[in-house]
Every structure is written in structure tokens, then in C-alpha cells.
Design a protein around this ligand. Sequence first.
Ligand code: FAD
Length: 336
Amino acid sequence: MTDTTVKALVYAECLDGKLRRVALEALGAARLLAGDGGSVHAVLVGGGPGAALQEAAAELAARGAGVVHVVDDPALAGFAPEAYAAAIGAAVAAAQPSIIVLGHTAAGRELAPRVAAGIGGGHVADVTAIEPGGDGGAAALLTRPLYAGKAFEQRRFLPGAPQVITVRPNNLPVAEPVAPGGEGWIAALPYQAPPLWTVVRGIARKAGGTVDLAEADVIVAGGRGVRSPEGFAPLAALAEVLGGAVGASRGACDAGYCDYALQIGQTGKTVTPKLYIACGISGAIQHLAGMSQSRVIVAINKDPEAPIFGVADYGIVGDLFEVVPLLTQRFRTLFN
Ligand code: FAD
């Protein structure tokens, strides 16, 4: 008889030695897929000073990872796709999972196809919703957006197929802590460095605030309507009060008002915050492609005919330089 129990393995991505929120969302997805009868493992990869992997491992164990495999090696101090894929491969060999879950981040997108190829498995990227298969061994139903969010498709893996999925940040709930006594255990996993075709010499960080755009709950985005780099200051103040991040349209980036690292849209980042405040953005189709899945959209634009109002839940027709400071002031009094 075929074993239909789901064994899930999560690649728990860290940034600056800390677990990214999407790692906990991937763990939540893995727990959902495994159900009560399955098992969940996690793998942490890193090394060198400041890796803080043990702290991250303890958090994963407390949030439902039955076993946390820690691959801690100085050769893994910096992100190198081939090396990281090999480290995940070591965890795959140890855990023998039927499904592997990663975050749909820049690193996850790089690693997932390598991991899938390594196990001869299929890959579904950018999953935004999961319906577990339930009893009887049916594979889970996975939903992912298509055509820049204009349509959705649902996929299942064939029974018994090795599966690799990436989950879009900010779409699935994070794994909650388990009851005391139910924590998993932590195991060190030896790392065998593979021959590398490419070596990452360094990673240059571009502009960015304290909150990661892809994982931000609140984004205040500016368009060409902000008129200058200084025009972003009121947006940054509003973002700060709301604990959010600043984003931008390509119009604003092209005009030199801000760094391209902030660009949201078809050729920029895809974001799904709880609240997206679009300031002086017209709402071109290429911009909507990156933000239309946000839970609540507020548009501030002085043109009542601007297409952004077509996707906005709340629209404010007015000058952003008047409206944004008023909102900031109001939220500051509310929250302080
Ligand atoms: P505009 O269209 O110029 O709109 C500015 C808005 O600000 C106007 O609606 C105006 O009414 C309003 N405004 C002006 N002053 C004020 C004020 N004081 N207060 C309130 N409102 C004010 N764009 C992206 O954003 N992301 C992408 O990833 C992207 N990819 C692209 C890929 C391709 C292949 C192509 C061809 C285009 C792409 N674009 C992308 C560009 C896109 O088509 C638009 O040109 C761009 O989004 C427009 O930026 P914007 O809304 O800031 O500027």
C-alpha cells in the first residue's frame, strides 16, 4: 500500500541572522499540508559569526517543526545558490519529505527549481492559498495567480510525486507556537561542499528602510505625483507612523525621485500588504500588476478620473501634499 502521510520540509530563510516572516508562513503552510497525521521538518542554512541559527532553530521548534536540521558551516556564511541547494539537499536526504516548502522570495525563487530538479520533482511557484488534500491521499489544491494577478489557477500534484512549492509572502498565516512540551528537537547536519560553478563575492544592499517591502503589512507608495526626491519625505513619515515601508511606481523611479529597489509592479516587486496607500500614482496596468492583491487599497490622487480609483477600496481626491501630512498627524495622535 502507498504511504499517503505527508512529510513536509520547510526551508526557513533567514536575513541578517533572523528568521524572515515568510519562513514562519512557510512553516504554517507545511503544518497545514501535513495535517494531524503528518510530520514537519525544517532546515536552517548559514554559518559564520552572527548566524544566530540556534535562536532561529529554537523558534521553529517551538512553532511546530518536529525536527529542525541546522546546516551551519563557514562556507555558507553568504548566500550562494548552489551551496544552499546542496545544504537543503542534505536535509532532504535526512528527512525524506514528500513536499518541500520555501518562501517565494528572491532566494526561494532561485533555490526551489534547483531543489525540485535535485529530487526529480515538480514545482509550483508563488502559491497564495492552500486547501489540504485531507484523508485518502489526495494532494493539496494549490492556488497561484496568473497574468500578473488577473486570473488564478489551481493545481494538484500527481499522487506520489515529489513536490516543491514556494509561498508568496504575506498571504498565509504564520505558524503559531505549539503547546508547551510539544516542541520539536534540533539536529546538526553535516555539510559536504559541492563543486561550485558560481561564487557570490558579495551582496550590495540598495536603498531600503527598516521594513522589508515584500513582507511589509503597510506600504505607502509614491508616484510621479510626488514631484521630487524630497516629495517622498511626507510618505516616509506616514509609513513610519504606521510601521510600514515606502514603495514607488516606476514613474517615480524613472524620474529619479527614488531608488529602483522601491519599484512595485510588473518589472518591480510584487507586494501583498494588508494596507497599500498609493500617493500620486495614476494606476497603470503595469503598476497594478504588482499591488492589486493588497488587502485594502487607499488611493490619493488629485485627478478623480485616475485609473487607480478603479482598484481602490477607499479613494481620496486631493493633493497628496495636503492629505498625507493630515493622515500622519491623525494616526500619530491615535497611536501615541
Ligand atoms: P503618472 O502616470 O505620471 O501618474 C502620476 C499621477 O499623480 C497622476 O495620476 C496625477 O493625477 C497624480 N498627481 C500629480 N500630482 C499630484 C498631487 N500633488 N497629489 C495627488 N496626485 C497627484 N510602472 C510601475 O509602476 N511598475 C512597473 O513595474 C512597471 N513596469 C513597466 C513595464 C513595461 C514593459 C512598461 C511599458 C511600463 C511599465 N511601467 C511600470 C510604467 C507604467 O506604464 C507607468 O508609466 C507608470 O506606472 C506611471 O507611474 P506614475 O503613476 O507614478 O506616473
